[in-house]
Structure formats: structure tokens, C-alpha cells
Design a protein around this ligand. Structure first.
Ligand code: H2U
Ligand code: ZN
Length: 361
């Protein structure tokens, strides 16, 4: 059945994706050559993230030696938006659902204030050191920084959700090659985690088991989409993957958020992060671009037994360092579609070396 066109269901978002495996065999006349490796210096005097350098507004970075966190100088969300009023109700805060006293045409022009805090996290002082090239200790320091920053933001009752993400590579719109990530935290749950919250809650209510742990158990039985695992995390290409080499990293127990991880789990997460990103780099022997982010439970004080901490890696490349998948045409107007099956992608990634190509003799 997986050889002919079919659709697959994503139980986390409750959306379908179209898979067209026969098209993966179609002739390709595009270019396949490798791009030249970016030869980055350890320190770049013009980089706004390197130690000691100047950022926007004339602020100077400290001579940091480990990870370094600062509030985004061009934050998409601001802590205080009390001056903004809702366009629908005229009140400063509005309930998430339509209230009965709002009727068309006002319901067609809804706007609500949204506040939050945005941070930038540099992985290390080194302008050229990406996570797959770090030592395990250095990678663990990044995980610990994400964990600590999330824990600090969770202390604020006005913060409903904390999104930790890494945008890597110019093709992903990343403005600076100095390895870094971002945290956007805000007063409402964004769209993607909100879908996952609803689906995981419904599944838990019906089966009294977390959706992702049931899924993970079945994937380990089938084996065909697993990339790597250790004592606390598994990386796999999900059955419903949209991006050619998309992966999902799932915790082995119902741990709902980064701050709830134990020390051995944080180290294991660093290990799996490296196992995924080393394989990514090895696939086309380049610094592999992607958008990655953790999905954790909202900060609402509730006991989220349904939620299992996980990370999505969404890489755009398809065939080589220069040939990427575009989400255009049918995908924009219809639904997501892929050619190469998740099983084939998983097999290709699994067969790659666990040693970074730059260190391989
Ligand atoms: P990306 O390249 O992943 O977009 O992240 C860089 C972030 O750094 C971006 O959000 C911020 C931008 O707003 N930034 C500063 O906070 N200060 C600066 O001096 C330049 C860029
Ligand atoms: Zn730099």
C-alpha cells in the first residue's frame, strides 16, 4: 500500500498529508553539486553575537565563555501591552472564545493584545561551533540553558507557553551563522502546541495513556522509522512526516516540560540531539539547515499527564545541499505532500555514520 499514492494521519495535529512514493522515481535534471563549506572563523569582529561585540542599540556582549542569553533587541512580543485594546470587545483582555455579545461584523475583525518575552541564546563563544561538532558536555550546557530559561519563564503567571527553537542556516532565514537559538514566550498558547494539547488530552481521556508513549512503543516494535535511541530519548522519522528528512525526538516517560527533566535525561537529550544533527550533516556533507523546536506543556499549573516532551526537526533539503523542498502550489492550497516515504528517509539517515564527517579520517 505504501508504494502507491495514499494519505497519512498526523494524530498530534489531526491533519492529513499526501504521500506519492511513485514520484520519487521521476527523472531529475536539476543540479546536485555540493555547495562550498562555509569557512567560518572562531571569532568574527562583525558578528553581533560574538563575545565583546556590539549589538543593536550600542549594547556590548560580555566576554562570555559558555552559553550566553540576552533579551532579543527586536523582540516580536513585548512584556507590557496594557495600552493595546481588543478591537472586538474594546476591553484590554478578551476570552479565547467568542462571547455571545459579539456579533457580525465584529466577529469578522477580531484582534487581541498579546504580550511576551523573547530571548536569544548563543550556544558558545565560538562563531563556528555547531551542536553536532560540540563535545557532549558543551551540548549538554545548551540543553541546561534552555531548561533554566524555561524554568525562569514558568515562574511568571502571565506566561502561558514557552517556545524554544533553533533556526539553522540561511535557507531557513537565519540571520547569523553564529550558532544560536531563540525563546519566544507568551501569554497565550500558539496554534501548533494548542492543536497538540487538544489531541493529547483527548487521547489520554479515552485511553488513560499518553498518545506519544503509545506511538513510541509501536514504532519500536516496527523499527522501520527509528533513527537512534538512548536510555531516555528516541529519534525517528514520524509516520506522518511532511518534510523529506523530518524527525521527531520523543522522551521515554511522560515528562511534560524541559524543567522537569532529570540530570541524566538532560545529558541523554544532548546525546540524541547530536545523534540526529550529526546524521543530518553527514547526509550531504554540509552544515545541514533546519528549524527545530521543543513542544512542552503549557504553563497553567495543571498536571499534564497527557503531555510527552518532544522536539520536531523540520529540515527543508530534499536531494542535495542545494535542492530543497518547497511548500508551494498544492501544499499551500490543498494539503502537505511528499514523494520519498518516511521509511526510505529513515533508512537513509540510519545508514549514515554516527561520527561527524569533518572528524572522519
Ligand atoms: P535568527 O537569525 O535566528 O532570526 O535570530 C537572530 C535574532 O537576533 C533575531 O531575532 C536578534 C534578531 O531580532 N538580534 C538582536 O537581538 N540584536 C542584534 O543586535 C541583532 C539581531
Ligand atoms: Zn559570532
Amino acid at each position: 500500500m505504501y508504494d502507491s499514492p495514499h494519505r497519512r494521519f498526523n494524530p498530534l495535529t489531526r491533519e492529513w498529508i499526501l504521500v506519492s512514493p511513485h514520484r520519487a522515481k521521476r527523472p531529475w535534471q536539476g543540479q546536485v553539486e555540493k555547495t562550498a563549506l562555509p569557512n567560518l572563523p572562531e571569532y568574527d569582529p562583525t558578528c553581533y553575537l560574538c563575545p565583546g561585540n556590539e549589538r543593536a542599540g550600542g549594547i556590548h556582549n560580555p566576554q562570555y565563555t559558555g552559553t550566553f542569553v540576552f533579551e532579543n533587541d527586536f523582540a516580536a512580543l513585548l512584556p507590557d501591552v496594557s495600552g493595546v485594546t481588543s478591537q472586538v470587545s474594546g476591553k484590554t483582555s478578551t476570552p479565547p472564545n467568542l462571547t455571545p455579545d459579539i456579533s457580525p461584523p465584529d466577529t469578522l475583525f477580531r484582534a487581541e493584545p498579546e504580550s511576551g518575552i523573547c530571548k536569544v541564546i548563543c550556544f558558545s563563544p565560538r562563531h563556528d561551533l555547531t551542536i553536532p561538532q560540540m563535545s557532549l558536555d558543551e551540548a549538554e550546557a545548551v540543553i541546561v540553558t534552555w531548561t533554566d530559561e524555561t524554568a525562569e519563564l514558568f515562574k511568571r503567571p502571565e506566561i502561558a507557553y514557552v517556545q524554544v527553537f533553533e533556526n539553522k542556516g540561511a535557507v531557513m532565514g537565519c540571520s547569523n551563522p553564529h550558532p544560536h537559538s531563540q525563546i519566544w514566550s507568551q501569554s497565550r498558547i500558539p496554534t501548533e502546541p494548542a492543536k497538540e494539547l487538544a489531541s493529547q488530552k483527548d487521547y489520554y481521556a479515552e485511553h488513560r495513556r499518553p498518545l506519544l508513549l503509545d506511538y513510541l512503543e509501536e514504532e519500536h516494535k516496527r523499527g522501520e522509522r527509528i533513527l537512534a535511541s538512548n536510555d531516555h530519548f528516541t529519534a525517528l522519522v514520524p509516520f506522518w512526516a511532511v518534510w523529506p528528512f523530518e524527525t521527531l525526538v520523543i522522551a521515554h516517560r511522560p515528562v511534560a516540560s524541559l524543567p522537569a527533566l532529570s540530570q541524566p535525561e538532560r545529558r541523554a537529550l544532548a546525546d540524541i540531539y547530536q545523534k540526529v544533527t550529526i546524521r543530518y550533516d553527514n547526509l550531504f556533507e554540509i552544515s545541514f539547515p533546519y528549524s527545530m523546536g521543543f513542544h512542552q506543556a503549557p504553563n497553567d499549573g495543571a498536571n499534564h499527564s497527557e503531555w510527552v516532551l518532544h522536539a520536531h526537526f523540520y529540515p527543508p533539503l530534499l536531494r542535495s545541499a542545494t535542492v530543497r523542498k518547497f511548500m508551494v502550489g498544492y501544499e499551500m492550497l490543498g494539503m502537505p505532500q511528499r514523494d520519498i516515504t518516511p521509511e526510505t528517509a529513515a533508512q537513509r539517515l540510519r545508514e549514515l555514520s554516527e561520527v561527524h564527517y569533518s572528524n572522519a579520517g
